[in-house]
Design a protein around this ligand. Sequence first.
Ligand code: 13P
Ligand code: SF4
Length: 319
Amino acid sequence: MVDEQSLRNKIDVSEPSGMKLVEEIERLKTKKNALILAHNYQRAEVQDVADFVGDSLELARRAAEADADVIVFCGVDFMAETAAVLNPDKKVLIPDAGATCPMAQMLTASALRRVRAEHPGAAVVLYINTLAESKAEADCVCTSANAAAVVNAMDAETVIFGPDANLAYYVRRRSPKELVVVPERGLCPTHHQIAMEDVEAARRRHPGAKLVAHPECVPEVQDAADHIASTSGMVRFCREDAAAEYLIATEIGLLHRLRREAPQKRFHAVSETAVCPQMKMHTLPKILRALERERPTVTVPKETADAAREAIQRMLELE
Ligand code: 13P
Ligand code: SF4
């Protein structure tokens, strides 16, 4: 369990966000023909300055379609790498190079090769939350928006799947395939800490509110949910559903989009400490600096990028 005060200290939630900063970002964006892509967990002011805010699948699609010269990616390393793999001729910038997803580090390419050797004939489907070198070993990539559909589309009866064991639980309940999960206990620390006790406490505070969860949550929270979806899927559900009040089991950054897109409804975080520190590293001053200096850049070695691109493109073509 993460202590809230130390998290807040680490994240520096008091970062200033003046109009001047926004104007300067806009000016440089036009001058350099840049596109700012932001994930749904970004700070509110970063979401507000972005050209597009979305989940991993939507961001991969936007990156694939981009005709800008520069992409400023406000998300974590694997997302920016995906944009770089899909745009080998463009400059991909990440405002803070320290924004690395701990889950993506949990599965190495060599561990994957070992498991593959033990299961000849199995297909390999990797969650997009993996590094490009692991994706290069996969048959297909998936996101939280399409994980079960991608697994079900594989020719093989056995599918090697990783690195999130909670997402694997979600897929197993929606697929007849035999899943070999690698590593056995891969997880997202931010989602894994959202416990059933948090759900019960939130339900006591807001009786009657619907529970909407991300599939990176633990099985008990998934089982208790009225709806499970990717971050943008959660927004779509809440927008279209008839209820007036929701408990949200994911990273708290999603609340900004929910409240903006469904202002007439009430949203409550199941856990206020469900914060992804890496996602919160990007700030307006860092975006401006990245645009000015055109770094830090995100690059992937050609051979790895070519192999990873096939697995990503296969997913994009499946839909
Ligand atoms: P989504 O693709 O659902 O936005 O999830 C990304 C992620 O990292 C969740 O922790
Ligand atoms: Fe990775 Fe979890 Fe952060 Fe998503 S919320 S980027 S899975 S650590």
